[in-house]
Design a protein around this ligand. Structure first.
Ligand code: AMP
Length: 183
């Protein structure tokens, strides 16, 4: 565990690492699941986490926060409020009621998809994508494609946790990413 980006709160990475539980073989054999619910259960730690997530982006020209269903909602909503920009939910298929764009992405077995309301972002928007964990990067890369299909650009990517032994960085080449805890 290390602290990539929290100079204003130097003990945050250690406090997060102490709170986050690693659950072996969940939801399937071989996966070391990072359970962030203890962070949500600690109001002070949760607040420090969302402050630190927003901090690198305060002067970055971000116009919208795109929060990825479902744990990305928990962190994306307070980040959008701190940055004073619209919150845009990126949802699993069948949840958004109006005209939408969809991107399909590969999982280890099969595919999944994410959707965005077609009028949520457009040319001139510079979005911050927010999720809890960066692993293979496939989910966030699908949101990058959704953003670009809407004519908007990706200002960056914020996540609580990065798994440095998985290839998220190569899946997101050229995207500025800021995280709080690295495993
Ligand atoms: P990926 O597309 O592989 O980068 O996976 C990112 C998504 O899957 C995020 O939305 C995470 O919530 C979830 N995820 C992937 N790996 C883990 C893990 N080890 N622990 C918890 N969540 C994970």
């Amino acid at each position: 565990m290390s602290s990539p980006t929290t100079p204003a709160d130097p003990t945050l990475a250690a406090d997060l690492a102490a709170a986050i539980q690693t659950v072996p073989d969940f939801p399937s054999p071989g996966v070391a699941f990072k359970d962030i619910t203890p962070v949500l259960a600690d109001p002070g730690l949760f607040q420090r986490t969302t402050i630190a997530l927003a901090a690198p982006w305060r002067a970055a020209g971000i116009t919208h926060v795109l929060a990825i269903e479902s744990r990305g909602f928990l962190f994306g909503a307070p980040v959008a409020q701190q940055l004073g920009v619209p919150l845009v939910p990126v949802r699993k298929p069948g949840k958004l009621p109006r005209a939408r764009v969809r991107e399909t992405y590969a999982l280890e077995y099969g595919t999944d998809a994410l959707e965005l309301h077609a009028d949520a972002i457009g040319p001139g928007a510079s979005v911050l994508i927010v999720d809890d964990v960066l692993a293979t990067g496939g989910t966030a890369a699908a949101v990058v494609r959704l953003t670009e299909r809407c004519g908007a650009s990706v200002g960056g990517l914020a996540a609580v946790i990065e798994l440095s032994f998985l290839p998220w960085r190569t899946a997101l080449t050229g995207v500025r990413a800021e995280t709080l805890v690295r495993y």
